[in-house]
Write a protein that binds this ligand. Structure first.
Ligand code: KIV
Length: 291
């Protein structure tokens, strides 16, 4: 596994000069309208999660157009086993940090388990906190048909919503971590879910862990962009959890993850070098000292 060089990580300008979400010229904050226009142009785009200001600033400077402050923070940042224990207070604090660390990326804040399931009014109260206190440009919530009323009220209230169907990790106790949409009946349900969130006004929809052929069909049928994770190559966008794609997550990562770096190895090597220097008396030296 190789580390990306700075040159490789610099966004490329698209040939028409332009409005491209990745590599485009605009430096203003990306909006959900820009996301809709990208689907019309047939442009694919990348999305990453982030949970803190400094990491988010790296992704923002690298040109990632959409950053999701996912409730995967539960597993990847806060040390829980699932996303279920994450609270709205925690999500608000993490999302605010990511907003502060970025200038151009659209920041999407996840509504955690228990913050919208009671109904549209609870969803609006929770989403309003993420928008007002954290400053996110959109929120995300899980569920298709079952969440369409929540999505509708948020959108009518001026809060853009990214939906999330297929595997929905907040329902892990009910559905486990299994591929969704396999078999005719399940595929039809996924299509109904996709249309329900689009009809309710969602500006995009995450498809998690669904067969590639079904994700391709959903992408063809919808006019809003699909964002795939474990959903094959045909979705309009792709999202990965940053600790998975940069090799910080310990142990096995899911099959759909491509690891672009091994930060755990890099960090372990650097930390051991520091510790060896301290123990061996070779750090600090004169250049690190004040006189
Ligand atoms: O919380 C999260 O990171 C997510 C992505 C996996 C889409 O929902």
């Amino acid at each position: 596994m190789t580390q990306l060089s700075a040159a490789q990580s610099t966004p490329q300008q698209s040939s028409d000069g332009s409005r491209a979400l990745y590599g485009g010229k605009s430096t203003r904050r990306i909006t959900v309208r820009d996301i809709g226009l990208a689907k019309e142009r047939g442009e694919k785009w990348p999305m990453l999660t982030a949970y803190d200001a400094m990491t988010a600033s790296v992704f923002d400077e690298a040109g990632i157009p959409v950053i999701l402050v996912g409730d995967s923070a539960g597993n990847c940042h806060l040390g829980y086993e699932t996303t279920v224990p994450v609270t709205l207070d925690q999500m608000t604090m993490l999302a605010a940090a990511v907003v502060r660390g970025t200038r151009r990326s659209l920041i999407v804040g996840d509504l955690p388990f228990g913050s919208y399931q009671e109904g549209p009014v609870q969803a609006l109260r929770s989403a309003t906190r993420l928008v007002k206190e954290a400053g996110v440009g959109a929120v995300k919530l899980e569920g298709g048909e079952r969440s369409h009323e929540q999505i509708r009220l948020l959108v009518e209230s001026g809060i853009p919503v990214m939906a999330h169907i297929g595997l929905t990790p907040q329902s892990v106790h009910a559905m486990g971590y299994r591929v969704q949409g396999r078999g005719e009946e399940a595929a039809q349900q996924l299509l109904r879910d996709a249309k329900a969130v689009q009809d309710a006004g969602a500006f995009a929809v995450v498809l998690e862990l669904v067969p590639a052929e079904l994700a391709a069909e959903v992408t063809r049928v919808l006019h809003i962009p699909t964002v795939g994770i474990g959903a094959g190559p045909e979705t309009d966008a792709q999202v990965l959890v940053w600790t998975d794609m940069l090799g910080l997550t310990p142990g096995r990562v899911p099959k759909f993850v491509k690891q672009y770096a091994d930060l755990r190895e890099v960090m372990t090597g650097a930390v051991r070098a520091f510790a060896d220097d301290v123990v061996g008396g070779t750090f600090p030296q004169d250049e690190h000292s004040v006189h």
